[in-house]
Design a protein around this ligand. Structure first.
Ligand SMILES: *Cc1c(COP(=O)(O)O)cnc(C)c1O
Length: 407
């Protein structure tokens, strides 16, 4: 459990519940990717954690942006990114979204009708929109055949449309985007997927009749959540990617290779910190109540709910809501030697806000600080902070140097 304990204890004196994001760990993760993946440009999937301090730290390290909304595009611009550094990819963009994002980002068209909408907006403005196409490829991440999907345009359909799209004066197709998996820990599988992506890019480029300027391979790289999870060997995966880049350099001479990541950069760099507010005995069971669990950090409560509906040893993940058993570490900050078996709940007025049933923890007292790990990605952003009008947890970014930035 790697986090700055003294910073946690210091901040816990001022806040009942808060997130703490560690800028040094985020920078280490970026450096690890950059050192291993030579020739790859990384994009930060900022929907994982849009905290201004986190975003600024990542952008300053030279990472581009994978934006999932117009607001995210604009946050990238406010942090000094050029339109060419921001890739705006999301299904169901409205004409208003397209209007706002055009010229501020590279828009990735997610459907055939969206290509038409982008064309209409660009025509109205008298400009040529340089766009990407999000594809739903004829292969899955695991290497099986493709399947129905709400994301992207089926590969075969996109190929059928290419000659028409090539005739559009207000649109220029410059690249492709695929993202079909999150939280994969098998490096070999990710490398095989990269290989299929290069083949797809070559097929697409040939059909397009023009050199692609980017191939965005999406995310996939997972992080160890549970204690039994082994991390992806980033060096080995980077070496496989470098070999592929070398192999395809002649066929894809102009294409910048893009890889997206949200959780790898920030997931383990954040903790959620709360306090024991009460403790009680009911029908022989001991309950420990924590300040603001489900309302402040919902995923542990969702995990409890999913797991209460199944006896499976390994319930399937459903990212970003549910990852798997044991995806969070519970770290009570106490020197107590005695242990007891407790059920840990929050203080919301609902019985669903339970984060652990019958677990053995060190003896807890009211006022003790309680830390939940793996809270850097898909944590604050997913949590129902308006419920019961509770004070939302603070979000505090600790930069490598300088003063903490608090929201
Ligand atoms: C959410 C998302 C990601 C980030 O996935 P991680 O597992 O957090 O790395 C990347 N690309 C797209 C298109 C996404 O929607």
């Amino acid at each position: 459990m790697d986090f700055d304990r003294s910073a946690v204890l210091r901040l816990a004196e001022e806040h009942d519940s808060f997130y703490m994001y560690d800028g040094r760990m985020i920078m280490d993760n970026i450096v690890a990717l950059h050192e291993s993946f030579e020739g790859v440009r990384f994009l930060y999937s900022m929907k994982a954690n849009p905290h201004p301090g986190v975003l600024k730290c990542i952008i300053e390290e030279g990472v581009g942006l994978d934006a999932a909304s117009v607001r995210e595009v604009m946050m990238g611009r406010e942090n000094g990114l050029d339109a060419g550094d921001i890739y705006y990819s999301a299904p169901g963009k409205s004409e208003r979204d397209i209007e706002a994002a055009l010229g501020c980002s590279t828009i990735i068209a997610d459907s055939v009708s969206e290509v038409e909408r982008i064309r209409a907006v660009a025509e109205r403005h008298g400009i040529v929109a340089e766009i990407g196409i999000r594809l739903n490829p004829d292969f899955s991440f695991d290497g099986d055949s493709g399947s129905a999907n709400k994301f992207g345009i089926d590969e075969a359909e996109a190929f059928r449309w290419l000659s028409s799209w090539n005739g559009y004066k207000s649109i220029r197709i410059c690249g492709i985007h695929v993202h079909s998996r999150s939280q994969e820990l098998r490096g070999g599988l990710i490398a095989a997927y990269y290989g299929r992506m290069f083949e797809l890019a070559v097929r697409f480029q040939e059909a397009l009749g023009r050199e692609l300027s980017f191939v965005n391979m999406g995310s996939g790289i997972g992080i160890p959540y549970a204690e039994c999870d082994a991390p992806v060997d980033i060096k080995a995966l980077g070496a496989e990617m470098s070999a592929l880049i070398g192999q395809y350099r002649e066929k894809l001479p102009k294409a910048e290779i893009l890889v997206e990541s949200g959780r790898f950069l920030v997931g383990k760099a954040g903790v959620y910190v709360t306090h024991v507010t009460d403790k009680k005995l009911s029908h022989g069971k001991t309950f420990v109540l924590l300040a603001n669990t489900m309302g402040g950090f919902v995923r542990p409560s969702i995990a409890q709910m999913v797991e209460s509906y199944t006896n499976e040893e390994k319930p399937a993940g459903c990212e970003p809501m549910y990852t798997g058993r044991g995806a969070f570490g519970f770290v009570p900050m106490t020197d107590a030697r005695d242990t007891e078996t407790v059920t840990v709940t929050g203080s919301l007025c609902t019985g669903t806000d339970v984060i652990a049933k019958d677990i053995t923890l060190p003896w807890l007292e009211c006022g003790d600080v309680f830390v939940i790990t793996n809270a850097g990605s898909y944590a604050a952003v997913l949590s129902p902070m308006q419920f019961a009008s509770l004070e939302p947890p603070a979000q505090i970014f600790l930069p490598e140097r300088g003063r903490p930035l608090e929201l």
